[in-house]
Write a protein that binds this ligand. Structure first.
Ligand SMILES: Nc1ncnc2c1ncn2[C@@H]1O[C@H](COP(=O)(O)OP(=O)(O)OP(=O)(O)O)[C@@H](O)[C@H]1O
Ligand SMILES: [Mg+2]
Length: 235
């Protein structure tokens, strides 16, 4: 299996008064193509910092970081921006939809950023929003809004989808539905998914579970069996 990301001896350090804060310390990690990776860990353990490095929003203080054969640590801002635009999708806890655009128009926005977009109607079907395409965000439920946000990042056909607390604002039933959708997309498009969450139940849908603590990787576990999102027990 090809490695999408390779991290060697990565540090992210912030100067603070007379000492340094190690947001990340000595991280070695491989992420394989088509995996679902779930990152767990207490607040302040370095999850977002790690996500920001992988997704080219920030540079490590030291260490090597590769996306396939590309050394991201050698990229300038412009190349990182291009990397994000051409290869990555993002989903956040809040949906960031444009309120005066319809479902369809919000999704078209994502399509404009891509060289090899998917067909809008195919994506609308995949997220089960084909009946809602002319609605505005205020006419949707939370779960539907999150599915629009997912569709908007999917229509780009990204190689990697970064999800920061994708179900954080959703109830159990809707949260599971959104995760089930992510699972289906992972199967269908082989999209590599990197999900940060406080909800340990979500670890059961992952191929790989990374636990972080105080800027370090505590454990990396490969799940032998992977649960269907609809069978998760919600924490
Ligand atoms: N710009 C900064 N300057 C100084 N310290 C920072 C900065 N950004 C992050 N940190 C510190 O780095 C550590 C890791 O932060 P990070 O945001 O990665 O945690 P997290 O695991 O995402 O937490 P949460 O679950 O609360 O989102 C924390 O101790 C944080 O205070
Ligand atoms: Mg965070």
């Amino acid at each position: 299996m090809a490695k999408v990301y390779r991290l060697e001896n990565i540090y992210k350090t912030y100067p603070f008064n007379d000492h340094a804060i190690h947001a990340l310390e000595d991280i070695d990690l491989n992420i394989e193509e088509g995996e679902i990776v779930v990152i767990l860990g207490p607040s302040g353990s370095g999850k977002s910092t790690l996500l920001n490095l992988l997704s080219g929003l920030d540079y490590p203080t030291r260490g090597k970081l590769y996306y396939y054969d590309n050394k991201l640590t050698n990229y300038n801002d412009e190349k990182l921006c291009e990397y994000r635009r051409n290869h990555l999708g993002f989903i956040f806890q809040s949906y960031h939809l444009i309120s005066n655009l319809t479902v369809e128009e919000n999704i078209i926005l994502g399509k404009k950023l891509s060289h090899n977009p998917l067909d809008i109607d195919e994506v609308l079907k995949a997220v089960e929003l084909d009946q809602q395409k002319y609605k505005y965000p205020y006419q949707l439920s939370g779960g539907q809004m999150q599915r629009v946000a997912i569709a908007r990042s999917l229509v780009k056909n990204p190689e990697v989808l970064f999800c920061d607390e994708p179900t954080g604002a959703l109830d159990e039933k809707t949260g599971k539905k959104v995760l089930k959708l992510l699972q289906n997309i992972n199967k269908k498009y082989k999209t590599t998914m990197i999900i940060v969450t406080h909800n340990p139940s979500i670890a059961d849908i992952a191929n790989t579970v990374i636990r972080m603590n105080s800027g370090k990787i505590e454990t990396i576990i490969k799940n032998k069996t992977i649960k269907d999102a609809k069978d998760l027990r919600w924490a």
